[in-house]
Design a protein around this ligand. Structure first.
Ligand SMILES: [Cu+2]
Length: 128
Protein backbone atom coordinates (compact mmCIF):
# COMPACT_ATOMS: atom_id res chain seq x y z
CA UNK A 1 0.00 0.00 0.00
CA UNK A 2 1.16 3.51 -0.69
CA UNK A 3 2.27 5.55 2.33
CA UNK A 4 -0.41 8.20 1.69
CA UNK A 5 -3.16 5.59 1.79
CA UNK A 6 -1.78 4.14 5.01
CA UNK A 7 -1.78 7.64 6.46
CA UNK A 8 -5.44 8.09 5.53
CA UNK A 9 -6.33 4.73 7.10
CA UNK A 10 -4.56 5.78 10.30
CA UNK A 11 -6.90 8.78 10.48
CA UNK A 12 -9.88 6.43 10.53
CA UNK A 13 -8.63 4.27 13.41
CA UNK A 14 -10.18 5.24 16.75
CA UNK A 15 -7.45 6.41 19.05
CA UNK A 16 -5.51 8.10 16.31
CA UNK A 17 -7.31 11.24 17.50
CA UNK A 18 -4.47 11.19 20.01
CA UNK A 19 -2.32 12.77 17.39
CA UNK A 20 -3.99 16.00 18.58
CA UNK A 21 -2.80 15.32 22.12
CA UNK A 22 0.79 14.14 21.93
CA UNK A 23 2.14 12.60 25.09
CA UNK A 24 -1.14 10.94 26.11
CA UNK A 25 -1.10 7.99 23.69
CA UNK A 26 -0.63 5.46 26.51
CA UNK A 27 -2.54 7.38 29.19
CA UNK A 28 -5.85 6.23 30.73
CA UNK A 29 -8.75 7.39 28.60
CA UNK A 30 -12.51 7.58 28.54
CA UNK A 31 -14.66 8.58 25.56
CA UNK A 32 -18.30 9.57 25.44
CA UNK A 33 -20.42 11.47 22.91
CA UNK A 34 -17.37 12.31 20.84
CA UNK A 35 -15.40 13.76 23.75
CA UNK A 36 -12.31 12.02 25.08
CA UNK A 37 -10.51 12.71 28.34
CA UNK A 38 -7.06 11.27 28.95
CA UNK A 39 -5.19 11.52 32.22
CA UNK A 40 -1.92 10.71 33.89
CA UNK A 41 -1.48 10.87 37.63
CA UNK A 42 1.41 12.42 39.47
CA UNK A 43 2.89 10.40 41.08
CA UNK A 44 2.28 7.73 38.43
CA UNK A 45 1.06 5.35 41.12
CA UNK A 46 -1.71 6.89 43.22
CA UNK A 47 -1.21 6.25 46.93
CA UNK A 48 -4.44 5.84 48.90
CA UNK A 49 -4.70 8.67 51.42
CA UNK A 50 -2.02 10.83 49.80
CA UNK A 51 -2.57 13.88 47.59
CA UNK A 52 -1.93 13.53 43.87
CA UNK A 53 -2.29 15.58 40.71
CA UNK A 54 -3.73 14.71 37.31
CA UNK A 55 -2.41 15.92 33.98
CA UNK A 56 -5.39 15.86 31.63
CA UNK A 57 -5.91 16.21 27.93
CA UNK A 58 -9.31 16.65 26.30
CA UNK A 59 -10.02 15.93 22.64
CA UNK A 60 -11.49 17.87 20.93
CA UNK A 61 -10.01 20.63 23.06
CA UNK A 62 -12.43 21.69 25.80
CA UNK A 63 -12.93 25.19 27.09
CA UNK A 64 -13.75 23.92 30.58
CA UNK A 65 -13.12 20.76 32.54
CA UNK A 66 -14.02 19.73 36.07
CA UNK A 67 -12.59 16.73 37.88
CA UNK A 68 -14.07 14.95 40.85
CA UNK A 69 -14.02 11.48 42.42
CA UNK A 70 -16.47 9.59 44.55
CA UNK A 71 -17.19 6.11 45.90
CA UNK A 72 -20.58 5.10 44.48
CA UNK A 73 -21.07 2.21 46.94
CA UNK A 74 -20.38 4.45 49.93
CA UNK A 75 -22.17 7.51 48.59
CA UNK A 76 -19.38 9.90 49.44
CA UNK A 77 -16.87 11.95 47.54
CA UNK A 78 -13.42 13.18 48.40
CA UNK A 79 -12.80 15.22 51.53
CA UNK A 80 -11.01 17.91 49.54
CA UNK A 81 -12.00 19.95 46.53
CA UNK A 82 -9.33 19.65 43.83
CA UNK A 83 -8.19 22.79 42.02
CA UNK A 84 -8.05 22.77 38.23
CA UNK A 85 -6.03 24.94 35.92
CA UNK A 86 -6.41 25.25 32.14
CA UNK A 87 -3.06 25.03 30.37
CA UNK A 88 -4.40 25.73 26.87
CA UNK A 89 -4.86 23.48 23.82
CA UNK A 90 -7.20 21.16 25.70
CA UNK A 91 -4.81 20.47 28.54
CA UNK A 92 -5.53 20.85 32.21
CA UNK A 93 -3.89 20.16 35.54
CA UNK A 94 -5.88 19.14 38.61
CA UNK A 95 -4.20 19.26 42.00
CA UNK A 96 -5.14 18.32 45.51
CA UNK A 97 -7.01 15.08 44.84
CA UNK A 98 -7.01 12.57 47.71
CA UNK A 99 -8.68 9.16 47.62
CA UNK A 100 -8.88 8.76 51.37
CA UNK A 101 -9.91 5.11 51.52
CA UNK A 102 -9.27 1.89 49.59
CA UNK A 103 -12.04 0.50 47.40
CA UNK A 104 -14.00 1.32 44.27
CA UNK A 105 -13.80 4.95 43.24
CA UNK A 106 -15.15 6.67 40.18
CA UNK A 107 -13.51 9.66 38.53
CA UNK A 108 -16.00 12.13 37.10
CA UNK A 109 -14.94 14.48 34.33
CA UNK A 110 -17.23 17.22 33.05
CA UNK A 111 -16.16 18.67 29.74
CA UNK A 112 -17.56 21.79 28.13
CA UNK A 113 -16.65 22.09 24.46
CA UNK A 114 -16.31 25.20 22.33
CA UNK A 115 -20.05 25.07 21.50
CA UNK A 116 -20.95 25.07 25.20
CA UNK A 117 -22.04 21.42 25.25
CA UNK A 118 -21.42 19.62 28.54
CA UNK A 119 -20.38 15.97 28.52
CA UNK A 120 -20.04 13.97 31.72
CA UNK A 121 -17.55 11.09 31.56
CA UNK A 122 -16.79 8.60 34.30
CA UNK A 123 -14.02 6.07 34.85
CA UNK A 124 -13.70 3.39 37.49
CA UNK A 125 -10.64 3.26 39.67
CA UNK A 126 -9.82 0.67 42.33
CA UNK A 127 -7.82 2.22 45.16
CA UNK A 128 -5.54 -0.41 46.73
CU1 LIG B 1 -15.73 5.01 50.96
Amino acid sequence: MKPLLLGLLALLVPGSAWACLPGFETASKVTRDGATVAWKSEPAKIITGAPFALELAVCPAATRLSVDAHMPAHRHGMNYQPSIRALGEGRFRAEGLVLHMPGAWEFVFEVVNAAGKLTRLTANYQAP
